[in-house]
Design a protein around this ligand. Structure first.
Ligand SMILES: Nc1nc2c(c(=O)[nH]1)N[C@H]1C(S)=C(S)[C@@H](COP(=O)(O)OP(=O)(O)OC[C@H]3O[C@@H](n4cnc5c(=O)[nH]c(N)nc54)[C@H](O)[C@@H]3O)O[C@H]1N2
Ligand SMILES: Nc1nc2c(c(=O)[nH]1)N[C@H]1C(S)=C(S)[C@@H](COP(=O)(O)OP(=O)(O)OC[C@H]3O[C@@H](n4cnc5c(=O)[nH]c(N)nc54)[C@H](O)[C@@H]3O)O[C@H]1N2
Ligand code: SF4
Ligand SMILES: [Mo]
Length: 741
């Protein structure tokens, strides 16, 4: 974790020689200046949503200062956070709408671009029905935009098909928490972590992906607590771990069944809690009987001694927490994996207290808020289900429409791409999503995008996906519109506007409102600014699970955020859920659910004998559209490398830096090797932030979890071979190829 440098001069001193991007006028102009203003807001990247102050001069974000008072990060920022400001005035920034021509794109006026988008989508719907058009959204959008997008899809387009990129991220966790606990939100505020005696971190590279959480874990250890890490790779936090469980990819359900087996064998369960506050315990206890430590060790690759120790520590702790992220969730049985973690916490009574509970670590900036207000294919605002008649009636009333006119549940993100591939969905509007890099089986996704009759994209950069669009609408960065997000803790916070969009670029919300007008539905979208959208969101969420009615922008600023539900303006918010054993199911109880061990969708065999797992590195973010344009971050990780254990490398005659070809059942990718002792010898790892021939998603497969519809990014079958330098490739292994058509 880095403390931010105090001045741009210090940044130049640190990064000066390697900076690729120099703002107009050069770096030295960015010294302290009387005209500068500081805008308190939050980092646009991950779900930690660190507080930051952006330094603004002449409508340009030119730097930052720490925001020491914001309680979550107390001024700390990670390597991405301290450089986020560099993207705003990047030369690649889209400054005008673009329309496809024979030979590329041409600039267009807003009227032409919006009119073309509306006419083409309408034509497709007139010929093929309302559901022949789909909308894709994103969880980096502020909640006002995602609320607006849900309403836009259902009212302006009348399609049932709207989903978002959180479908690739948090849905296994969300689905499991809803099934077990009745609500899709983290049970604990992060200030609870240092109060735990034992914390299991399962499937999360906390130090690289949630650097500020590292500080919370260190404080837990300073207080005498123990850290257990479950991961096929010894990630950096493992250096400070008291116990490391090197699980085989895809085997977490078995591992947690084995841990629960030992807890029950030793009588460490909390009988009183189980009896008073839960249902379904007996079936789970019965299921885990077969997962004794020996069988669990065989299935998971974790030693029986380590399984015993983890169970004894977790089961005997007064307060224990289990934090998990995509390593356990990106599986075709991601929901079972998460349920197995929740079962362990419920059985030991670890929930609803400081320092006790299962918790998901939220990925995207608005990963939590983006899944609350109707951007999901089965959801209406306030985390209401779209098939619930009372929810339909209430939201229809707020929107001024007949409940029967509201579309029903539609397809999820990956299923939308499959329906496009089959020719059933012919038109697409996408905002804040780069599916060509981020969805599995990239070859298939490219084919699907090429089949679209019309494709409109709203983005501020020409992403690899936007290269396939017919119209690109130049949208806005987070700091260019005012609104809210909900951080991973469940804390609703205020995003402040620092600058206007540059050139002819426009605020995303204005673009969506204008499109609704061009589609003849302007009367339902009378929003002069995001404040009016927020006020409607408050009312639309009222009475729902994620009730924001008592949230106001003013309260958020004054109180440094509010944890939902906040049903009224005098309600203090709800930092910790389930206190006093009040769960959110109609029966008020938590539900144990049997988490059965199921095989993944891409099994190993003699031709594909290795596990391929994919994920992140500290300096790059998601599909890389933003961070691959920030020079200092690129320097840290200029390209993806394949992590390989020395034993496996020796078997194939591979030395560090050699080119390696990784082949799955779908494709081959050739990249330099990173030979490291920190990975299981039967597993290779590739970070996925790059497009084209460097894309890890050329290799991954399309199996989805049947309940959450998340793709199985964390477990594909592959083989490896040392590669010769192919024609067109530099001898140092640089591939020099970018995606797009
Ligand atoms: N630097 C950086 N930070 C980010 C992001 C980013 O792109 N870059 N993205 C943000 C977002 S949207 C997200 S979702 C989060 C993701 O945050 P994380 O989930 O922490 O990151 P990943 O690298 O996807 O995967 C985490 C770990 O899962 C392990 N793993 C793989 N397979 C398995 C398995 O079967 N079981 C277990 N137990 N572990 C397994 C991998 O080895 C890896 O260390 O990060 C957020 N923060
Ligand atoms: N193999 C593999 N694949 C993965 C994963 C993995 O671990 N392995 N992780 C998955 C996960 S967890 C995630 S979250 C997804 C993310 O996948 P994506 O959502 O596709 O990735 P992003 O890079 O966030 O793409 C967002 C696009 O929206 C733009 N954008 C960002 N903010 C805004 C905004 O406010 N307004 C507008 N108009 N545009 C905006 C960016 O420029 C970018 O082009 O990737 C998934 N894909
Ligand atoms: S931890 Fe996340 S929110 Fe905080 S500075 Fe880093 S990327 Fe931004
Ligand atoms: Mo994510």
């Amino acid at each position: 974790m880095a403390r931010p440098p105090q001045s741009v001069e210090e940044l130049i001193r640190i990064y000066g020689p390697t900076l690729k991007y120099v703002p107009p006028g050069g770096w030295t102009q960015s010294a302290l200046h009387a005209e500068d203003k500081l805008v308190k807001t939050h980092c646009c990247f991950c779900g930690q949503q660190c507080g930051i102050q952006l330094r603004v001069r002449h409508n340009e974000v030119i730097g930052f200062e720490p925001w020491e008072e914001f309680p979550f990060n107390r001024g700390m920022l990670c390597p991405k956070g301290v450089k986020r400001y560099l993207q705003g005035s990047h030369p690649d920034r889209l400054l005008d709408p673009l329309i496809r021509t024979e030979s590329g794109f041409r600039k267009a006026s807003w009227d032409e671009a919006l009119q073309t988008t509306a006419i083409r989508l309408k034509e497709i719907q007139d010929r093929n029905g309302a559901d022949s058009v789909a909308v894709l959204g994103g969880a980096s959008l502020i909640s006002e935009k995602s609320y607006l997008l849900g309403k836009f899809a259902r009212i302006a387009l009348g399609t049932r098909h709207i989903d978002y990129n959180g479908r690739l991220c948090m849905v296994s966790a969300g689905t499991a928490y809803k099934l077990a606990l009745g609500v899709d939100r983290n049970p604990n505020p992060w200030s609870d972590i240092p109060q735990a005696q034992v914390v299991i971190v399962a499937g999360s590279n906390v130090a690289e992906c949630f650097p500020i959480t590292t500080d919370y874990l260190w404080r837990m250890r300073d207080n005498g607590g123990k850290l257990i890490v479950v991961d096929p790779r010894r990630t950096p936090i493992t250096r400070n771990a008291d116990l490391y469980l090197p699980v085989k990819p895809g085997m977490d359900t078995a591992l947690f069944a084995g841990i629960l087996h030992v807890v029950l064998r030793e009588g460490l369960e909390d009988r009183e809690f189980i009896e008073h506050y839960t249902t379904g315990f007996d079936a789970v206890a019965d299921y885990v009987k077969q997962w004794d430590p020996l069988r669990t060790a065989e299935a998971t690759g974790v030693s029986p001694q380590a399984i015993e120790k983890a169970a004894l520590w977790f089961g005997s702790a007064e307060n224990a927490m289990a934090l998990h992220a995509r390593g356990v969730e990106h599986h075709s049985h991601g929901v079972e994996n998460v349920l197995s973690i929740i079962n362990l916490c419920l059985a030991t009574g670890n929930i609803g207290r400081p320092g006790a509970g299962p918790n998901m670590i939220t990925g995207q900036g608005n990963g939590q808020g983006g899944r609350e207000h109707g951007q999901k294919c089965d959801q209406l605002p306030g985390q209401r289900h779209i098939e619930d008649p009372a929810a339909r009636e209430y939201v229809a009333k707020v929107w001024g429409v007949d409940p029967d006119s509201l579309p029903h549940a539609g397809l999820s993100a990956m299923e939308i791409l499959e329906a496009i591939h089959r020719g059933e969905i012919k038109g697409l509007l996408s905002i804040c999503f780069n599916p060509l890099v981020s969805l599995p089986d990239a070859g298939y996704i490219r084919e699907a995008l090429n089949k679209l009759e019309f494709f409109g994209v709203i983005d501020f950069f020409l992403s690899e996906t936007a290269h396939h669009a017919d119209v690109v609408l130049a949208g806005s960065l987070q700091e260019e519109e005012e609104g809210i997000v909900c951080s991973g803790e469940g804390r609703v916070i205020k995003i402040n506007k620092a600058v206007d969009p540059p050139g002819n670029a426009r605020g995303d919300s204005r673009i969506i409102v204008d499109l609704a007008r061009h589609l003849g539905k302007g009367d339902y979208f009378k929003f002069p600014s995001t404040r009016e959208i927020f006020n409607e969101l408050r009312v639309a969420s009222k009475g729902g699970t994620a009730d924001y009615f008592g949230v106001t922008w003013e309260r958020l600023e004054k109180e440094m955020g509010l944890f939902w539900p906040v049903p009224s303006e005098d309600h203090p918010g709800t930092p910790r859920l389930f206190e006093g054993g009040h769960f959110k199911h109609p029966d008020g109880k938590a539900h144990f659910l049997v988490a059965e061990v199921r095989p993944g969708g891409d099994p190993l065999d003699p031709d594909y004998p290795l596990y391929l797992t994919t994920g992140r590195v500290v300096s790059q973010f998601l599909s890389g559209t933003q961070t691959r344009r920030i020079g200092p971050l690129v320097d840290q990780n200029p390209e993806p490398r394949v992590e390989i254990h020395p034993e496996l490398a020796a078997k194939h005659g591979i030395a560090n830096g050699d080119l390696v070809t990784v082949t799955s059942r779908r494709a081959s990718v050739t990249l330099p090797a990173l030979v490291v002792r920190t990975i299981r010898p039967d597993t290779v790892f590739i970070p996925y932030h790059w497009p084209g021939r460097k894309s890890a998603n050329n290799l991954t497969h399309r199996t989805l979890d049947p309940r959450s519809k998340i793709p199985e990014y964390k477990c594909s079958a592959c083989r490896i071979a040392k590669a010769e330098t192919p024609a067109g490739m530099k001898p140092n292994g640089e591939l020099n190829v970018l995606g797009g058509r």
